[in-house]
Ligand binder design. Structure first.
Ligand code: PDD
Length: 300
C-alpha cells in the first residue's frame, strides 16, 4: 500500500480516506499537526514531535485521549505499512465534527489523521548552491508556538515567495525576523550565531533544537535574542532549519547577496554534524525497503 492514511482508527488507501464536512478542522482550522520524517527506514526524533503535538493540543485546549505510547505505536505502524524508507509522516488532530458554532462543542470527538508519503528531499545541487528568500510581513496570530492548522498566513507568504521565484519567505514583524514560513531562521553576524528566542512568535522547531545543540558542541558563540531584519541584511550567513529541509543556507535575501553569495562555513559545518546525528539515530544498515533513490548521501 504506497500512500497510507489512518483516519479515526482505520488504515486505508489515501484516496478512500475522508472526514466530515462538519469537521472543525475544515470549518475553523481548529486543530494541530506534526510533520515527522524518516531516514533509512527509521523515524527521526519521533518522541520530540509527539511531545510537541501534545503541547500544541494543550495550547488550544484540545483533549487527546491517545497516550504518547499509543501515538508511537500508531505512527510506527503506519510508517512500516507504507514501505517507504524515506517518508514524510503527517499527524493531524482536530476538534472533530460538530454543527458549525465557534464555541467548543459539548462533546468533543477529535478526528485523528495520519498519512505517510514518500519524501522528496532537497536536491544535492540546491543544497550546494543554497536557496533564496524574500522578506514578507508576518501576518500570523499570537500563538505561533502552537503548530496549529491555521496556516493561511504561511500559505500566502509561501505563495508570495513562489511568485518572486525564491524558496522561502522570511517573516518580519515590527522590523524583527520571527522565522520562515516553513522554517526557523538563523544568522551569523561577526562570528556569532543569532536566532529568535523561543516565545509565542515562533514555532519551537525540532530541527532548531538539534541545531542549537550542535552550535554549542561546535563551540560557536550563540545568542538567542530578537534579531532585526536589518541585521539579517548585513549577516555573513543566513540559514534555515526544518524537518524537511534540514539545514540549508540562504544565499540571497530580497535580491541582495548574503555574505559571499555561497553557503557559509558555519551552516556547512552544522549540516555535516546534523548528518552525524541522523546517521547515529537512523543508521544506514536498516535500509531494506523501496525508495532507495531518496536515500541520504554520505556526508563528509
Ligand atoms: N514546518 N517554523 C514553521 C512555521 C514551520 O512550519 C516549521 C516546519 C518549522 C520547523 O520546525 P521543525 O524543525 O520542527 O520541522 C519552523 C513543517 C515541516 C510543515 O509545516 O510542513
Amino acid at each position: 500500500m504506497p500512500t497510507i492514511a489512518f483516519v479515526n482508527g482505520r488504515f486505508l488507501p489515501i484516496n478512500r480516506a475522508t472526514v466530515s464536512i462538519e469537521d472543525r478542522g475544515f470549518q475553523f482550522g481548529d486543530g494541530v499537526y506534526e510533520v515527522v520524517r524518516s531516514y533509512n527506514g527509521r523515524l527521526f526524533h519521533l518522541d520530540a514531535h509527539l511531545d510537541r503535538l501534545e503541547q500544541s493540543a494543550r495550547g488550544i485546549r484540545l483533549p487527546i485521549r491517545y497516550s504518547h505510547a499509543y501515538w508511537r505505536r500508531l505512527v510506527t505502524r503506519a510508517f512500516a505499512m507504507s514501505g517507504f524508507a524515506d517518508a514524510k509522516v503527517y499527524l493531524q488532530v482536530t476538534r472533530g465534527p460538530a454543527p458549525r458554532e465557534h464555541r467548543f462543542p459539548n462533546t468533543v470527538r477529535p478526528t485523528v489523521v495520519v498519512t505517510v508519503r514518500r519524501l522528496d528531499p532537497l536536491s544535492a545541487s540546491v543544497r550546494e548552491q543554497g536557496v533564496t528568500a524574500i522578506t514578507v510581513p508576518d501576518l500570523r496570530w499570537g500563538r505561533c508556538d502552537v503548530k496549529s492548522l491555521n496556516l493561511l498566513a504561511n500559505v500566502l507568504a509561501r505563495e508570495e515567495a513562489r511568485a518572486a521565484g525564491v524558496f522561502e519567505a522570511i517573516l518580519v514583524r515590527d522590523g524583527v525576523v520571527t522565522e520562515g514560513a516553513i522554517s526557523n531562521c538563523f544568522a551569523v553576524i561577526g562570528g556569532t550565531v543569532v536566532t529568535s528566542p523561543t516565545d509565542p512568535s515562533i514555532l519551537p522547531g525540532i530541527t532548531r533544537a538539534v541545531t542549537l545543540e550542535l552550535i554549542r558542541c561546535e563551540g560557536f558563540p550563540l545568542e538567542q535574542r530578537v534579531v532585526t531584519v536589518e541585521e539579517y541584511r548585513r549577516a555573513d550567513e543566513i540559514f534555515l532549519t526544518g524537518t524537511t529541509i534540514e539545514i540549508v543556507s540562504v544565499v540571497s535575501l530580497d535580491g541582495a547577496k548574503v555574505g559571499t553569495g555561497s553557503p557559509g562555513p558555519v551552516a556547512q559545518t552544522l549540516y555535516r554534524r546534523l548528518g552525524d546525528v541522523i546517521d547515529a539515530e537512523c543508521p544506514r544498515a536498516v535500509v531494506p525497503l523501496k525508495s532507495r533513490n531518496a536515500g541520504r548521501r554520505r556526508r563528509t
